[in-house]
Write a protein that binds this ligand. Sequence first.
Ligand code: 4NP
Length: 153
Amino acid sequence: MVCLGNICRSPMAKAILIKKLYDKNITWVEVDSAGTSDYHAGSKADHRTMESGLKHGIDLSSHRGRQFSQRDFEMFDLIYAMDNENYSDILHQASNDEEAKKVKLILNELSPVSNMPVPDPWFGGEQDFEKVFTLLDKACDIIVNKIQFEEKV
Ligand code: 4NP
């Protein structure tokens, strides 16, 4: 799960997906998050992200920001970008077609080929974080279903 700062959207996406996988007893999937920037490397999740998570029973207190790196292409089968800018930043770092094919825009799981972004809530308020949660919660439901029924995600 990749966004710009790795303190708002992608940590939330990671935490939601991990909870859904845990609830379905799916133990063979590894999930992580990163930012395309290093602005918040080593930082905790934004306090508004943590508050939004807690409202939904998700604890983000152990999150620490890290920057996306080329090694992530080796470590992960799927790389979900939160918006179009993250998507192209990641794609530029792919060194071959196989790596490029791993990169997807997360809301295309909800609305295929619509190329909708998860809106950046950084300059927003509580409601914007809630909206991010709702979008990611729906997208992660679809991702978990695909994993569960071993469809190609
Ligand atoms: P995120 O949100 O990409 O969802 O973590 C942002 C966090 C920080 C900044 C931008 C977006 N920033 O410019 O510092």
